[in-house]
Design a protein around this ligand. Structure first.
Ligand SMILES: Nc1ncnc2c1ncn2[C@@H]1O[C@H](COP(=O)(O)OP(=O)(O)OP(=O)(O)O)[C@@H](O)[C@H]1O
Ligand SMILES: [Mg+2]
Length: 300
């Protein structure tokens, strides 16, 4: 089942159309990477899903129920970590979670147990200090614990790793990966390596529309066989090779890139090298990276 279904939503701020006929679905128990550069419309989309912003057109369903702007019915299925989470600095993490639980009307005993369990999970069980002394990574981990307090079916995190160093990012990603058994995770980001690490599905948002989406494998496959890198021992060999190979190869110094349009470039390279007794340092099929795809998408 799709835990989230977004169908043809559009949203303008004044004359600026920031979401344009956007549709996509998120199957249950996936980790869904929502990728887009600054201003693509990621936060706006999330706020519409949460009923915090009104879309001009289209519908959204969370766990099969329709989202209505200004009502928070469907938010009982959702945990949300905003891009810049705000906390009361004078509280300890436990005090903060207890307060959050109280606001949402959870029974006291249950909040206590759940809070202790979540603080353990995000590695803050021993952190008894006030939140104001927390590092960014600690705050982000506390934010995830808070978002998971009501055991949501859908966890929405807006750029949870953007402000963190590699260690802090890895901690957050590990946590998001570990909760997938209990909840579906959507997180927005522009850090492609984070997506490659934990997502099974991704969607590229560009100027308010999805321009590419699918499983990680499908997305990678879109550019498979794009090029072959050949590194020569000296520049003269590269120049000779370029002359012999003809169209489809280019390079400078000792490095040549061959574009594999027909799917037979590897054989042709071997032939040219063998017949002309040219030796090489290295031949490598270039794996398309998400980075390439992102740049391709962003350049439209
Ligand atoms: N309340 C608002 N009023 C007017 N324009 C807005 C408002 N909120 C967002 N926008 C505009 O909508 C566009 C999309 O913004 P949004 O915050 O959704 O992008 P984003 O993908 O989350 O970007 P970032 O990576 O910087 O967080 C931007 O051009 C932004 O200026
Ligand atoms: Mg944003």
């Amino acid at each position: 089942m799709d835990i989230l279904k977004i169908s043809h939503i559009s949203k303008s701020f004044g004359s600026n159309k920031v979401i344009n006929n956007l549709s996509f679905s998120v199957p249950e128990h996936s980790v869904f990477g929502f990728i887009g550069k600054n201003g693509a419309g990621k936060t706006t989309t999330m706020k519409i899903v949460l009923g915090l912003l009104k879309s001009d057109e289209g519908e959204i369903f969370v766990n099969g129920e329709k989202v209505s702007f200004g009502q928070n019915e469907t938010n009982r299925f959702i945990g949300y970590l905003p891009d810049v989470p705000e906390f009361y600095g004078f509280m300890t993490p436990m005090e903060y979670l207890l307060m959050c639980g109280e606001i949402t009307g959870m029974p006291k005993k249950q909040v206590k147990e759940k809070s202790a369990e979540l603080l353990q999970m995000v590695g803050l069980a021993e952190a008894k200090k006030r939140i104001r002394s927390f590092s960014r990574g600690m705050k982000q981990r506390l934010g995830i614990a808070q978002a998971l307090l009501n055991s949501p079916r859908l966890l929405i995190c807006d750029e949870p790793t953007s402000a963190l160093d590699p260690v802090g990012r890895k901690e957050i990603l590990d946590i998001l990966h570990s909760v997938r058994e209990h909840t579906t995770v959507i997180f927005s980001t522009h850090i492609l390596s984070d997506v490659e690490r934990i997502c099974d599905r991704i969607a590229f948002l560009h100027e308010g529309s999805i321009v590419k989406s699918g499983t990680l494998e499908e997305i990678r496959g879109m550019r498979r066989g794009n090029g072959i890198a050949v590194e020569f021992l000296e520049p003269e060999a590269a120049t000779r090779f370029l002359g012999l190979y003809g169209d489809g190869a280019q390079g400078e110094e000792t490095n040549v890139t061959v574009y594999d349009r027909e799917g037979n470039a590897m054989e042709r390279i071997m032939e040219v090298l063998l017949h002309n007794h040219i030796s090489v340092q290295r031949i490598e099929r270039l794996e398309p990276t998400l980075e390439d795809l992102f740049l391709e998408v962003a350049a439209r």
